[in-house]
Design a protein around this ligand. Structure first.
Ligand SMILES: [Zn+2]
Ligand SMILES: [Zn+2]
Length: 158
């Protein structure tokens, strides 16, 4: 009797059996039934999915089979995060906090209130402190001082 399972990360591959430790050719997920950190995949399912999303954003043709699991450079990580600083009104409204990678403050999202400008695809938040359109919402990006510093270096550093 077969117990096929769809890959929980990419949804594109079908494993023959529950927990057969086969490897998904699209995303590289090893077919196990343990989804927390410390599993055979080395990352929780949620973190694994996040990394797969970054690979796909940077390369829409990405597959584990062809591309493996490259270490991401700061520039690649920042390119991925940067998309969330544009047309981000909905994501900012859905966030408790936002961070600015120009002045590197983290603040309550409500402070943005009317600080949005129109861009071609929607409305983009402007930092209420420095006026730069470099606001990242915590609904999409795990904000930290380190992340904002890295973003600053990549986008505004010399
Ligand atoms: Zn997969
Ligand atoms: Zn700012």
């Amino acid at each position: 009797m077969s117990h096929k399972v769809i890959c929980p990360v990419c949804g594109k591959h079908e494993f023959e059996n529950v927990c057969d430790y086969d490897i998904c050719e699209y995303c590289g997920w090893e077919n196990e039934d343990q989804f927390e950190a410390g599993n055979a995949n080395g990352l929780s399912l949620a973190d694994y999915q996040k990394r797969y999303e970054v690979y796909l954003y940077l390369n829409p043709q990405y597959t584990f089979k062809n591309n493996g699991m490259p270490e991401l450079t700061a520039k690649e990580r920042c390119t991925y995060w940067h998309q969330f600083s544009l047309s981000n009104k909905q994501n900012c409204l859905a966030s408790d906090r936002c961070g600015c990678f120009f002045c590197k403050r983290i603040f309550e999202s409500s402070l943005i209130s009317e600080h949005y400008i129109n861009d071609k695809d929607g409305k983009t938040a402007i930092c209420p402190f420095c006026g730069v359109d470099s606001v990242l919402p915590d609904s999409k990006v795990e904000l930290s001082a380190e992340l904002l510093e890295e973003m600053y270096q990549v986008w505004f550093g010399w």
